[in-house]
Design a protein around this ligand. Structure first.
Ligand code: SF4
Length: 310
């Protein structure tokens, strides 16, 4: 069966063997983050609807999970904001009643938690990982470039409300963009917001493959450590398991990508077309190959290309 809404399982440094479930078409999001590794948001919206049919997602899950594969998580993630799909709660309920052995995770930008319906829809998910890259309106606009009706104060109050009712693990993620949210002022505001939200864990990360905007650079490791300490011993995403040590790491995919780019430089889109893999899966292997120094990025007027490192 060819899956349209499932991908992987991918080797996730934080989640282990993770089956991805993509609930929105590429790239449908409430934000257009400068660092987004999927590229520019093509549908910037705060409208919730059934962007992809829940029934079709459930059919694919039923088929895939019928053999009870080994998974650490089933993760709602992919090419945009999963909570924009108005049927996410129905899919969560299906998984919890038919396949209770699997843990669920949601990667989200958190912008829709000010809605009670969204908070209820995600209530049975085992782990929620929302982002909080800024706690000032100006910082939020500069980094996350939200839909015009989405505001930083609502993002924070939505997360506070979520925490009050949610009994699963809430793990906040902060993505550092040097020059924008690593200032003392922004960090003080983020720290204050975290005190109010009361997450179980906080993780700090930075760019590890090309983002939407060329000028976005990765923060260096000493700066990340300093920020993590300031935020009361937050964890560094960098320090999680190496991808190749995760059981779902598929060396044939990384080898396939290496061979393709050795013939000619390719964009992510080219690699999706040739391999038939989901964007999120390709991105994980690109990150691995870049870290290993096997491929490198070449920004051109026609787009971002990957090629074998010279
Ligand atoms: S919230 Fe996530 S998917 Fe949306 S633009 Fe930001 S990084 Fe990309």
């Amino acid at each position: 069966m060819k899956y349209n809404y499932l991908f992987g399982p991918v080797p996730s440094r934080r989640l282990g063997i993770s089956l991805g479930v993509d609930l929105v078409p590429f790239k449908t999001c409430t934000l257009d983050c400068v660092y987004c590794e999927c590229g520019e948001t093509t549908l910037l919206t705060n409208e919730r609807r059934e962007y992809v049919p829940a029934e079709a997602v459930i059919c694919e899950l039923e088929e895939y999970l019928s053999s009870l594969p080994r998974l650490d998580y089933i993760t709602f993630s992919g090419s945009g904001e999963p909570t924009l799909n108005s049927e996410i709660g129905r899919i969560v309920d299906y998984l919890k009643s038919e396949f209770p052995r699997y843990k669920l995770c949601l990667l989200t930008n958190g912008t829709l938690f000010s809605s009670k319906a969204v908070r209820q829809a995600v209530d049975r998910i085992d782990m929620i990982i929302p982002s909080l890259d800024a706690a000032s309106e100006a910082g939020f606009k500069a980094i996350n470039r939200p839909h015009k009706d989405i505001h930083c104060r609502d993002l924070i109050s939505g997360l506070i409300e979520l925490r009050e009712q949610y009994r699963g693990t809430l793990m906040m993620e902060i993505f550092i963009v040097p020059g924008l949210n690593d200032t003392a002022e922004e960090m003080a505001l983020i720290k204050k917001a975290l005190t109010e939200i009361k997450p179980d864990r906080v993780q700090v990360g930075t760019l590890d493959r090309p983002g939407t905007e060329e000028w976005v650079q990765a923060a260096d490791n000493s700066k990340l450590k300093e920020i993590a300490t300031h935020l009361d011993q937050a964890e560094l995403i960098e320090e999680f398991a190496e991808r190749e040590n995760i059981a779902s790491f598929d060396s044939s995919i990384s080898e396939q990508i290496r061979q393709i780019v050795s013939r000619r430089p390719c964009t992510v889109k080219d690699l999706i077309q040739v391999t038939g893999k989901h964007q999120a899966e390709i991105e994980k292997y690109i990150e691995y190959l870049m870290k290993k120094g096997i491929i490198e990025v070449d920004r051109m007027a026609r787009g971002t290309f990957f090629r074998l490192k010279k």
